[in-house]
Write a protein that binds this ligand. Sequence first.
Ligand SMILES: *Cc1c(COP(=O)(O)O)cnc(C)c1O
Length: 406
Amino acid sequence: MSALPTKLETLAIHGGTPVRETLLPYGRQSLNEEDIQAVVEVLRSDWLTTGPKVGEFEERFAAWVGAKCGVSFSSGTAALHAAAFAAGLGPGDEAITTPMTFCATANCVLYQGAKPVFADVSADTLNLDPGEVAKKLSSRTKAILAVDYAGHPADLDALLAVTRQRGIPLIEDACHALGANYRGKRVGGISDMTVFSFHPVKHLTTGEGGMVTTNDARLAETLRRFRNHGISSEARERQQSGQWFYEMVLLGFNYRLTDIACALGLSQLEKLDVNLARRREIAARYTAAFRDLPAVIVPTVRDGVNPAWHLYPIRLKLEMLLAGRGEIFRALRAENIGVNVHYIPVHRHPYYRERFKSKEGYPVAEGTYERLISLPMFHAMTAQDVEDVIHALRKVMLHYEGERSH
Ligand SMILES: *Cc1c(COP(=O)(O)O)cnc(C)c1O
């Protein structure tokens, strides 16, 4: 084990030596020679887009998560937009969602002219609190849009009980949760539609990219049309059948994912199990190492759940510390640890603040936001990277815990 500080070291922010010489990012991709070769092969082939790699990636991905159908998109955000469309959201409708997410989750409801209605989160997982969701239901509620925050699945059974009873879809934004397990199943085949992102910080990357998985073939068909201008057949089918005729049947977009990206996705999928195991190992090491830092609360894992660990967000017990989150954040950055904050609650962004005033607020989301810091978490982290994070957090916490003796 590396030398952990037992006495106060001078913080880098105060002129001391940083724990690392170079910045460790909070997340990043890892590509190997096979990934590069897979892309090069497509570049030499006939199909750069709408070719065979698209369907192959969709099928393999859907099978991996345990869903019947997969429909790829040019980004996770495009996939969310398509899911909001396929859910039938439109003007006058509401979708209940969480404020503790990236703004794209709620934006997709607005794209459809519907209204996102925020419900507060549970204090342990920071996922939608089903009790709060129940309070926000109205005759206009046409979908629930849950997020698997940090990679810990939302309370899916409780949410499904509500959506089934009302005959509305549960959309799951699982952009953090590729590979997460919930009560014996993988995320992706549980909700009516599950949305994934292939941005470089996520578990699997295609540069930009996304996917919706579903067990409902009719929803899959709508999703496929939506990503291709609303056209009812695909270019390659027409070429193969020697036909020119096609019909545009709904107002869609060009949200297609290229064969170049899908080839990268297929290659990345091969390494998903190993990468997921590595993230779980890092999370376990962090959780064990922070047990004796009294001002740090580590993420909770509920029974029956195995998270995918897109993020490792800690919470600070600010009442035990001599500084606020801002200063502790800057101190960790000065040690060259690329900490981040996930998330500024969506309703706090100016665009939302001006349009969605809430009387009662979201006390759990807001109270927790002030204390959150995401530590670096990505599968390519080396053992030394992990120990550097532990060293830096310990160093900074010992400093700001002030009078406590160690
Ligand atoms: C990454 C992410 C998105 C958006 O995905 P993009 O592929 O970047 O468009 C949406 N929701 C959540 C929770 C995310 O983490």
